[in-house]
Design a protein around this ligand. Structure first.
Ligand code: HEM
Length: 136
């Protein structure tokens, strides 16, 4: 996804910043009480989850499509079907992401942060798979 001439990947500062964002995201998931239910869905060791989210976001943000190259089409909604994701779980995921986005380097423009938060919110919403709580 792009906004203007530079990809979001570039606006964020490239690979190291995307990796750091994902690390902060899962660090937040480890400690935030509101995220306990979604933390419990993940493996005890989060390294594989960190790698997969980094690889996915890299391509999704307009950088190298590492996830697709390594693992094929993400089929993100199907891959989340084994987990009971409703509105509270999507909100918990976004709370961790908000925490991670807050700590982006100061030079990342406010608009970039807002676009990213809004687009990720749409994906999180799309992952919902509970009766009456699905994306429709
Ligand atoms: C809405 C709330 C969400 C919950 C509760 C959730 C939960 C999970 C869980 C439990 C896994 C398995 C972890 C693992 O295999 O290590 C997973 C995998 C994954 N999630 Fe989410 N997720 C959510 C939203 C999202 C969003 C918004 C994105 C992308 C922007 C995303 C991207 C991924 C990716 C790329 C994987 C790895 C898929 C694979 O290759 O198996 N997730 N998620």
């Amino acid at each position: 996804m792009t906004t203007g001439a530079r990809t979001l990947y570039q606006q964020l500062g490239g690979e190291a910043e995307v990796r750091a964002l994902v690390d902060r995201f899962y660090d937040a998931m480890e400690v935030l009480p509101e995220a306990a239910s979604i933390r419990a869905m993940h493996p005890r060791n989060l390294q594989g989850s960190r790698d997969k989210l980094f690889e996915f976001l890299s391509g999704w943000l307009g950088g190298p499509p590492i996830y697709i190259q390594k693992r094929g089409h993400p089929r993100l909604r199907a891959r989340h079907m084994p987990f009971a994701i409703g509105t509270p779980e999507a909100a918990a995921w976004m709370l961790c992401m908000a925490d991670a986005l807050e700590k982006l380097p100061p030079e990342v423009p406010q608009l970039t942060r807002e676009v990213l938060f809004s687009q990720l919110g749409q994906v999180a919403s799309f992952m919902r798979n509970q009766p009456g709580d699905s994306p429709g």
